[in-house]
Design a protein. Sequence first.
Length: 106
Amino acid sequence: MQKYDKIVRDKIPERIEADGKKCKTHFARGIDACVYLVEKIKEEADELLQVLNYHSSLDELADLQEVIVALAEKQGWTMKQVEERRLIKREERGGFDKNIILIEVD
């Protein structure tokens, strides 16, 4: 049996069982759910680094966004609030359009 100990999309257990396999699950709550979601963000970001081409990266970007939506909701934020904050920070600090790499600060 392969062990995972990671958060998965809601329909994954039923898809596993539909394939004739059995799986063991439990439900994370509170801060534990947030910790698992942050770990999932790391996993999805690593997968995005592996593909880095348009067709494959679209799925990975969508996966990342799904995890971010879930994490925001668990912390009591709406995506509208997240987007509003993103725009404020973009206005104050800029975006990532110019691809500036900071090397050193004296």
